[in-house]
Each structure stands twice: as C-alpha cells, then as structure tokens.
Design a binder for this molecule. Sequence first.
Ligand code: AMP
Length: 283
Amino acid sequence: MKTITRTEEMHEAVLEEKSHGRSVGFVPTMGFLHEGHLSLVRESVRRADVTVVSIYVNPTQFGPKEDFKQYPRDIHRDTELLKAEGVDYLFLPDNKEIYPEGYKTYVEVHDLQDKLCGRSRPGHFRGVCTVALKLFNTVNPDMAFFGQKDAQQTIILKRMVQDLNLGVKIEVVPIVREEDGLALSSRNTYLNQKERSTALVLSASLEEARMMVKNGERDSGQIVDRMKEMIGREPLAKIDYVEIVDMENLDPVQKIENEAMAALAVFVGEVRLIDNTILQVKE
Ligand code: AMP
C-alpha cells in the first residue's frame, strides 16, 4: 500500500492506474477504523481493480462546539488494518492540502442539507459535500463506497453527484453492528460503561419500529411515539430527533406505504449517536 499526502500526486497515481484500464474504488473516512469502515473497504477491494482509502478529519463538517479536536485518531493502527485488507493507496492529506490559504469555495445541497441531522448540525453537510467533491476530483473514482449508517449523507451525496454531473457511482453498504445491536461508530469510544448500555436503546427502538410495521402498524405517528417513549425511559438519553421519512426527499411520512426510513439521533450523555433502519411493508 502506498501512502500519499499530496493531492497532485494522488491524482497522478490514479491517472496512471486508469491508463492501464483499471477501475478505481474509493472509500473516504475520518479514520479510527472499525469493522464498519472495513466492510466498505472490502466491498471496494472486491469490486474495483484499485482501492483508494482516504483518512481526513474534515474540520469544516464539525460545528464550533463539536468534537473536532478530540475526535479519535490512530493512524498507525489504521495503516496496518488497511494494508491487511489489500488497499492500494492511502490518501492522507493535511488541512493545508485540502483548505490552502485563501480557500473560498463550498458546496451546498439545498433543502436536503437542512433536514434530520442538518437541523442540529448547521453547516455539517456543506462541509461533507465540499470535502467529498474535492476528494472525488482528486481520486476520480469509478465508485465511491459509503455506509447506510450515515443515510442522510448518502442521499445528499447522490443528489450532488447527479446535480453536478460527476462521473462517480455512489455505492451504499449496510450498517455493521455489534452483536448486541449497537451500530459501530468511532464515537462509541467516548461512551463509558453506563452510556454504552444506554446506547442500546437506539437500535432497540428501531427494532421495535420494524416489529410494529411487521404487525401491521402503518401510522408513523404511532411508531415515533412508541420509539420516543422507549428512549425517554433512559435517564442518560436525550432525543435530538426521531423521524420516519421518505427515502428520497427525507420529508416525514404520515403513513408508511411501501418503504420508509426510521432515523434517529440521540445524545447519550454528551455523545451524539445516530442510527436508522428501513421499514418495509411486505405485501
Ligand atoms: P466516518 O469515518 O465516520 O466518516 O465514516 C466513513 C464511512 O464509514 C462513512 O461512509 C460511514 O457511513 C461508514 N460507516 C461508519 N460506521 C459504519 C457502520 N457501522 N456500518 C457501515 N458503515 C459505516
């Protein structure tokens, strides 16, 4: 695996690979890798001839009171994990490389960026889209792999790719969970033991939503109320949002017809966790 820190060098390395007719898969991450990230990496290694992984903790997607500074980092461990997966290139830019002095350009996907997580994290998706577009322009991948864990991010990026005529295909990979249901996240490392067990209420409430739909409930209000009630019983948990939304425009749906997404963000202590599930009505 070759580690590259410069945009231009990364760009040229991919051009060289493509000149041999090789397809390129790309997995952008913020590092501190876990099995969720590695499932994206494996999918890319399986489907593309060449896999590029980036590790970059992007400051513009963090709010002023968020955890940019304390975000966990372990580049040595990450490098070993990626080598073991057969990754070809690790792109590891620093802030000056991505946002050099005088930087002025940002990308916004209107409307979608303001829903769900966008309400409590203003500017977050602007940062995500800006860095994603820069990385896509640098790596020029055929496919880019993202986790369903960040469902809103995948919907917004698909919109950006379509609106800006980018040549990359966004591939979405299922959520990887711990055995007890907790969705893997680099932020889980912030949780103490009590918070870790409280955090199970996210996946448990989503499971409850799925059960309700399976048992014939179609009224989103009823399901959301039940989920909120479950979460409300946990003294360490504070709801940011619980919603059932349309999978394309992220608007709340009243009645679940074919499929919809139940999505939630919950503060467990100081730690903001997100999770989601797709609710499917089987005929
Ligand atoms: P991050 O490093 O948090 O920016 O995540 C990088 C990529 O990994 C994103 O596309 C995430 O959606 C994905 N990811 C994070 N956690 C999981 C998970 N538990 N399962 C699947 N994908 C994940």
